[in-house]
Write a protein that binds this ligand. Structure first.
Ligand SMILES: Nc1ncnc2c1ncn2[C@@H]1O[C@H](COP(=O)(O)OP(=O)(O)OP(=O)(O)O)[C@@H](O)[C@H]1O
Ligand SMILES: [Mg+2]
Length: 404
């Protein structure tokens, strides 16, 4: 039987819905796609449920029509500025009568790591296992079969304010859906755009959206760390509204059509026509002037991401470099400026599911929503807590192998 998954990504600029169908062979394809302009979302947080509900209903209706099914349960991507990682450590004694560590002991130590007190207003969205330590020896990813007497698990708990998650769930419910689990948005995005090799040797995914820039580090096949910065494409557009005295929507259009992340790369002879406001005449400015406004903001956003990676001690672990995604990753020359800032190889990433997938689902704006259906499938295939330290690409390997 075919499994159906519905992924929801409530972004600051748009709400995205993806309906995925997975065949018996474990191959996923997207059969329904919907997108609607978001109003009522600020920096990845819902601030007006009614407006978001309308956008979600529109996007959902389009996706359902395309897939020709009625969606019920939905898997939610949770991201945005208020995501935090809380470090936690669980300890367990391995029973003396056991020759080696088994799955049960692993479940136990993970449960212990999650039993910490988190702030009362916070809720755990997801967790990441960084390493296991057995009798003082760290760096272990899969302790099953090893011997020892004391096992520790170093875990990161990804938390958001309770209201952030409940607003998402309520919005989904009001749109007629049953919220059935959630994942961290950047984890979903990584699942949609990384190759298993990149995720194994160390890579950072940077999702530069409209309201927030989310960073996630993948190592040994799983997400190990996440951070969110409250600046992204909207901040770039706002700078243009100030620099060019334009309304937001006009500045947004100009940015998308003529923007660039690198001032020096734009020819001084290139001119852009700017529509007149309030009956004034259209004027013409150098395209380079747009890049001059955009470059410092893009640099600032990426430097904030770099600082976060540096402080977490992870910058040196990114053997596969950086993968940029999200709508703002479409900015001309953003890869070059990122390479300069990080001094690492950088590429852009967008989802590439097999089958007859609509073109829009292959854009970097859809990484998170496509990833949400992959994460929903991944959760279904992981029976218990033990699966948490296994590669996210275990079950999906088939799909990726086909892609490469
Ligand atoms: N060609 C382009 N060049 C530059 N920016 C672009 C381009 N296309 C889209 N963008 C920007 O991408 C952003 C939207 O991307 P995306 O859909 O990933 O954001 P979102 O998911 O709605 O927001 P967030 O994840 O921050 O809540 C907007 O700020 C938009 O201006
Ligand atoms: Mg987004």
């Amino acid at each position: 039987m075919q499994e159906i998954y519905v992924g929801i990504d409530i972004g600051t600029k748009s709400v995205k819905v993806v309906i995925g169908e997975e065949n018996l062979g474990g191959e996923m394809t997207a059969t329904g796609i919907g997108q609607a302009r978001s109003e009522g979302v600020s920096r990845g947080n819902i601030v007006n449920i009614e407006k978001v509900e309308k956008a979600l209903m529109n996007a959902l209706a389009d996706a359902e029509k395309m897939a020709d099914i009625e969606a019920r349960e939905a898997f939610l991507a949770v991201g945005g500025e208020r995501l935090r990682t809380i470090a936690s450590r669980g300890v367990t004694a391995v029973p003396k009568d056991k020759e080696s560590i088994d799955a049960r002991s692993v479940s136990e130590v993970l449960r212990a790591a999650k039993a910490v007190v988190i702030p009362p207003e916070a809720v755990i969205v997801d967790s990441v296992v960084r390493e296991f330590v057995i009798d003082g020896q760290g760096g272990i990813t899969d302790p099953v079969g090893m011997s020892g007497v004391r096992m520790e698990a170093d875990v990161g708990l990804l938390v958001v304010p309770k209201t952030s998650l409940s607003n998402l769930e309520r919005t989904a419910e009001r749109a007629g859906l049953i919220p059935d689990g959630q994942t961290v948005a950047i984890k979903a995005a990584g699942m949609a755009i990384l190759s298993p090799d990149e995720a194994e040797i160390g890579v950072a995914v940077i999702d530069v959206g409209a309201g927030s820039t989310d960073v996630g580090v993948f190592l040994r096949g799983t997400l190990v760390w996440a951070l969110s910065v409250g600046y992204a494409g909207e901040s770039i557009t706002k700078d243009l509204t100030v620099g060019l005295s334009l309304p937001f929507d006009t500045a947004e259009e100009l940015k998308i059509q003529f923007g660039s992340a690198l001032e020096d790369a734009v020819d001084t002879a290139e001119m852009v026509s700017i529509p007149g406001i309030g009956g004034r005449e259209a004027r013409s400015v150098q395209r380079r002037f747009l890049a001059q406004i955009m470059e410092p903001r893009i640099e600032e956003i990426l430097v904030l991401c770099k600082d976060g990676l540096l402080n977490a001690g992870l910058l040196g672990k990114l053997t596969a470099g950086i993968v940029l995604t999200g709508g703002t990753s479409l900015t001309e020359n953003i890869v070059h400026i990122a390479e300069r800032i990080f001094d690492l190889p950088v590429r852009t990433g967008a989802p590439d599911l097999p089958g007859q997938v609509p073109e829009i689902a292959k854009t970097p704006q859809f990484s998170t929503a496509i990833g949400a259906i992959l994460a929903a499938s991944d959760r279904r295939h992981r029976a218990d807590l033990v699966g948490e330290n296994k590669s996210l690409w275990g079950k999906l390997r088939k799909w990726f192998v086909k892609k490469i």
